[in-house]
Every structure is written in structure tokens, then in C-alpha cells.
Design a protein around this ligand. Structure first.
Ligand code: AMP
Length: 286
């Protein structure tokens, strides 16, 4: 496994592989790797000949400086985890990825109007910037992203289509801890009690799904979730939304929808967590 921090060398390395007829798979990450990331790498083995994992904590996507400062970093152990399961780790320096202040802004319209786009101004612009840079440097045939960041995937899909990157994107399912907590690099910052409290996000999604499938209205379900968070201690709900899976528009009535995505975000202490679940609706809801 090669570890390449330099952009020009990463380009040359991938170019060589491409010239020898190999397909390239890219798994972009911000490091502090967990099983969720490793499952993306595993899935990459099913399609690509050569697998590249990028590790880059992208300052442009943090709308909160403290969050960026506190974001867990563990390059050495990440490299150990990847050893033998990927072909190249691309770990560029920040000043090489951003040699000057970025001026480019991208507007994704409706897709980013709600949820993460609303509560983290500038976040998706930073995501779009870094993903575009990675796509241009690596020029992968395939790229893997997690359903954990559902809205992010929708945006990258749009980016890929509108800018004609021509990459096949794969959305991998959410990997959870045994008790249901969605794996996240930020979970490392939770103490035992916070770890327990954080489960409420997953439980809320489950409870909401069950109620919606039984026919409870969107309005009541949202009210109940807000209420359960108001009662809980040491946890703060930022949003709970039921949205369509294409444009991520909030839905107020499930009639006519075949599927929806339930998205949740909030804080345990100063640690921001997100989660979501897909809801498949049967004929009765039409
Ligand atoms: P991150 O390092 O958090 O930026 O995540 C890198 C990639 O891993 C993104 O595409 C995430 O959606 C994905 N990812 C993060 N957590 C999980 C998880 N628990 N299950 C599946 N994919 C994940």
C-alpha cells in the first residue's frame, strides 16, 4: 500500500494504473476511520481493480471552527487499518489542497435548502469543492459514499451529473453499532454517558418509522419526536425531518410517496451527530 501526500504524485500514480487498464475506485474520508469507512472499502473491492482511500479533514466544509479543531485525527492508526485492504492512501496537506482562499461557490438549489444545508451554512459548498478536487486529482471510475450522509450523497450525485465527471457513484448502507448507534468519527468524543444518550437519535428514527407505517400523520410524529427530545437530558434536537429521497424536500403528507427518508441531527454536549433511515411505503399510502 502506497501512502501519497503529494497531489502531483497521486495524479501520476493513478494515471499509471489507468494506463495499464485498471479501473480506479475512490473512497473519500476525513479519517478517524471506523467500521463504516472500512465497509465502503470492502464494497469497493467488488468493483474496482485499484482502491484509493483519501484522508483529508476538509476545513472548507466546517461551518464551525471549534468543530474543525475538535474533529478527531488519527492518521497513523488509520493507515494501519487500511494496510492490506487498499492500494493507495491519499493524504494531502491542507495548504496543498487549498493553496489560496477558495472563491468558487456552488448553489445546489432545493437539495441543500433544508436540513444539513440549512443548519450548516457553507457546509455543502465545502463538500462540493473538496469532492470536485478529489475527482479531478484521482479521476476515479467509481466512488463510494455512505448513506449516513444522505443529503450529501444527493448533492454529490448532482455534482457528478452536472459537471459530467462520469463517475459511477455507489451509496453504501449505514453501518451501526450493535445497539443501533450510527458509527461516526465523532462518536470517539462521546463519554460513556453521552454514548448512551446519543442512542436517542436512532431510537427516535425507529419510533417515527413505526408510527408512520401504522398511519400516524407526519405532523403528529414530528410533534412526538420534538417532545421526546424536550424531555430528555443532555441532548438537543436540531432537526427531525421527513423528506423525499430525490430533492430532500420536507414532506407534510406521505400520500403518493413510495419512499421517504427520515433525517435527524442534534447535539450531545458539543458533539453534533446525524442519522437517517429510509422508509419504504406500501400501496396503502397512495
Ligand atoms: P467522513 O469521514 O465522516 O467524511 O465519512 C467518509 C464517508 O464514509 C462518507 O461517505 C460517509 O457517508 C461514510 N460513512 C461515515 N459513517 C458511516 C457509517 N456509519 N456507515 C456507512 N458509511 C459511513
Amino acid at each position: 500500500m502506497e501512502i501519497i501526500p503529494d497531489i502531483a504524485s497521486a495524479r501520476t500514480w493513478t494515471q499509471k494504473k489507468r494506463n495499464s487498464g485498471k479501473t480506479i475506485g475512490l473512497v473519500p474520508t476525513m479519517g478517524a476511520l471506523h467500521q463504516g469507512h472500512l465497509e465502503l472499502v470492502k464494497s469497493a473491492h467488488e468493483k474496482a481493480d485499484v482502491i484509493i482511500v483519501s484522508i483529508f479533514v476538509n476545513p472548507a466544509q466546517f461551518n464551525n471552527k471549534t468543530d474543525f479543531k475538535n474533529y478527531p485525527k488519527s492518521l497513523e492508526s488509520d493507515i494501519e487499518k487500511l494496510s492490506g485492504i487498499c492500494d493507495m492512501v491519499f493524504s494531502p496537506e491542507t495548504d496543498k489542497m487549498y493553496p489560496e482562499d477558495s472563491k468558487l461557490t456552488m448553489d445546489f438549489g432545493e437539495i441543500t435548502a433544508h436540513m444539513e444545508g440549512k443548519y450548516r451554512p457553507g457546509h455543502f459548498n465545502g463538500v462540493a469543492l473538496v469532492v470536485s478536487k478529489l475527482f479531478n486529482i484521482i479521476k476515479p471510475d467509481f466512488a463510494w459514499f455512505g448513506q449516513k450522509d444522505f443529503q450529501q450523497f444527493a448533492l454529490i450525485d448532482r455534482l457528478n451529473n452536472e459537471l459530467a465527471f462520469g463517475i459511477e457513484l455507489i451509496r453504501a448502507p449505514i453501518v451501526r453499532e450493535r445497539d443501533g448507534l450510527a458509527m461516526s468519527s465523532r462518536n470517539r468524543r462521546l463519554n460513556d454517558s453521552q454514548r448512551n444518550t446519543a442512542l436517542l437519535f436512532y431510537r427516535a428514527l425507529q419510533e417515527a418509522s413505526e408510527k408512520l407505517l401504522k398511519g400516524t400523520s407526519v405532523k403528529i410524529v414530528k410533534k412526538d419526536i420534538a417532545e421526546s427530545f424536550r424531555k430528555a437530558r443532555d441532548i438537543r434536537l436540531e432537526y427531525f425531518e421527513i423528506a423525499d429521497t430525490e430533492l430532500l424536500k420536507p414532506i407534510s403528507d406521505l400520500k403518493g410517496y413510495r419512499e421517504a427518508v427520515l433525517c435527524i441531527a442534534g447535539y450531545v454536549g458539543d458533539i453534533r451527530l446525524i442519522d437517517n433511515t429510509l422508509l419504504t411505503l406500501d400501496q396503502n399510502s397512495e
